[in-house]
Design a binder for this molecule. Sequence first.
Ligand SMILES: CC(C)(COP(=O)(O)OP(=O)(O)OC[C@H]1O[C@@H](n2cnc3c(N)ncnc32)[C@H](O)[C@@H]1OP(=O)(O)O)[C@@H](O)C(=O)NCCC(=O)NCCS
Length: 147
Amino acid sequence: MEESDIAAVAALDAICQGHPWVAGHFRDELARGDEGFSRVVVDSRGGIVGFVCCWTVLDEMHVGTISVDPAARRGGIGKTMISQAHEWAVGRGATAAHLEVRAGNAGAIAMYESMGYRRVGVRRAYYADNGEDAVLYFADLTSGSAA
Ligand SMILES: CC(C)(COP(=O)(O)OP(=O)(O)OC[C@H]1O[C@@H](n2cnc3c(N)ncnc32)[C@H](O)[C@@H]1OP(=O)(O)O)[C@@H](O)C(=O)NCCC(=O)NCCS
């Protein structure tokens, strides 16, 4: 992801997420430099069809956000982006990955569980826009159980 991608990335997030990130959030991700993994996936015409933003703190990777264009879903883009983030994080010494996901987001939960993430907790009424719970997921990046 580069500065010139941000307008398209924010526009895609606005159609994918109930409470999307805005341009400033993505700029903050780019400012992480080597400590961040912000990537876009483009189609054959160069249009952005997906993106992910992750970062590491010490030996932990965190998934900040991920979205795939509704027209491009179920083709493996989401899983590939998370897998590549795992590889990147392991290369930086990460041993675990963490994320929060809305309790009602069955599609994302299915994807994370298919990749070896396991549920480790709940933050009640975590999301301010609708009071939805956040489910906390963890993946061990050392055991080979995470995709
Ligand atoms: C979650 C999201 C990123 C998944 O992207 P994707 O490219 O469609 O995911 P993949 O094609 O890699 O799916 C991998 C696996 O996850 C599971 N999965 C993904 N979406 C699913 C859905 N809607 N329902 C059930 N299972 C789903 C399936 O097991 C799938 O494998 P399969 O297609 O072979 O059955 C996408 O649905 C999205 O952008 N959602 C809106 C934004 C969002 O919720 N982001 C996550 C916030 S934590």
